[in-house]
Design a binder for this molecule. Structure first.
Ligand SMILES: Nc1ncnc2c1ncn2[C@@H]1O[C@H](COP(=O)(O)OP(=O)(O)O)[C@@H](O)[C@H]1O
Ligand SMILES: [Mg+2]
Length: 306
């Protein structure tokens, strides 16, 4: 449905998006996943024709994205603005009027969309008096008024409490089931798990594009968790057989290509340190692991607890 072919965009000397090629299929929930500054917003703005690419092309249904009818593309920007002194209904009506929807259609659709987003019953509440989660829902409701077939959401759950994030995702699933293709960006790896497929991006570049299960499969039998009183986060960095390591406070996740060498080192450490308690297990990688393994060394090391 949507295809980008080697799309690049620079701001001065900053290469925000670097030859990014992805394909989003009709009916998918497709995640653009990466840390702050990865280029997610810039890319989504180009998809929504709000920004021109320096190079490359973006097509929707095989035509340039710029020709895709605006009302069939819903966009929920990272920083959207609502009118705080207008109620939920008034905000929606205002948005609908910007798109020249007549009153009858506006009424019908807003009833329907408020139902889906769970805001029915709150129509007369001022936007200023809404919680963060409800504001996101209102922004989504407004963006849905044109009945888009592709919904682009830029970090919609950033800074929203966990319960509201969960609810928001339930809404996204409902919308997806009703036939809307979803392209969503997120810095959260737990949200990456909820997408059908994800493009991991870092420093503007595509690192991998797969289903979450497919990404994890790449690292099956290759992730070792070590629990030990080792306080040096870089302890395993130069260890032969270890390709990569992440440290989560006395817990290491290691990507290994030769566990024998690793076990030899551990044995020696054990001997040298009077047999401290060390637990070693093969584990299924988390999305955090996958991202850390694929994206390092560009990512800063995580030294805090998860
Ligand atoms: N309008 C802009 N002017 C200058 N630099 C920008 C602009 N927009 C984004 N950037 C830079 O481009 C890079 C990617 O930013 P962005 O697309 O916002 O990433 P993300 O949404 O993944 O956090 C960052 O280094 C950011 O500072
Ligand atoms: Mg962003």
């Amino acid at each position: 449905m949507l295809s980008s072919d080697r799309v690049s965009k620079s701001f001065g000397t900053t290469l925000a998006v670097d030859e990014l090629s992805i394909q989003v299929n009709k009916g998918e929930i497709f995640g653009l996943v990466g840390p702050d500054g990865a280029g997610k917003t810039t890319f989504l703005r180009m998809v929504c024709n709000l920004l021109d690419a320096d190079a490359g092309t973006i097509t929707i249904h095989d035509s340039p994205a710029s020709r895709f009818p605006r009302e069939r593309l819903g966009y929920m920007p990272q920083k959207f603005s609502l009118y705080g002194d207008l109620t939920i209904s008034e905000n929606i009506n205002f948005f609908a009027s910007l798109h020249s929807l007549d009153k009858k259609i506006t009424r019908q659709r807003s009833e329907q969309m408020l139902q889906i987003t769970g805001l029915t019953g709150f129509e007369d509440r001022l936007a200023d008096n809404l919680s963060g989660g409800m504001k996101q829902k209102l922004a989504l409701t407004s963006a849905l008024m044109t009945r888009p077939e592709l919904m682009v959401l830029d970090e919609p759950t950033y800074g929203v409490d966990p319960e509201s994030r969960k609810e928001f995702w339930q809404i996204l699933y409902r919308l997806n089931e009703s036939g809307i293709t979803i392209l969503i960006s997120t810095p959260y790896m737990d949200e990456a798990e909820l997408c059908h497929r994800v493009a991991l991006i870092n420093s503007g570049k595509l690192v991998a594009c797969e289903s979450p299960a497919g990404l994890k499969k790449l690292f099956a039998q290759r992730v070792v968790e070590i629990r030990a009183d080792i306080f040096d986060p870089y302890f395993f960095d130069s260890c032969p057989g270890v390709i990569d390591s992440s440290y989560y406070s006395r817990r290491f996740h290691l990507l290994v290509n030769n566990s024998e060498q690793l076990f030899t080192i551990l044995k020696k450490y054990s001997l040298d340190n009077g047999f401290p308690d060390i637990k070693v297990n093969y584990i299924s990688p988390s999305m955090e692991d996958v991202f850390a393994f694929l994206a390092e060394p560009r990512l800063p090391r995580q030294a805090d607890d998860i």
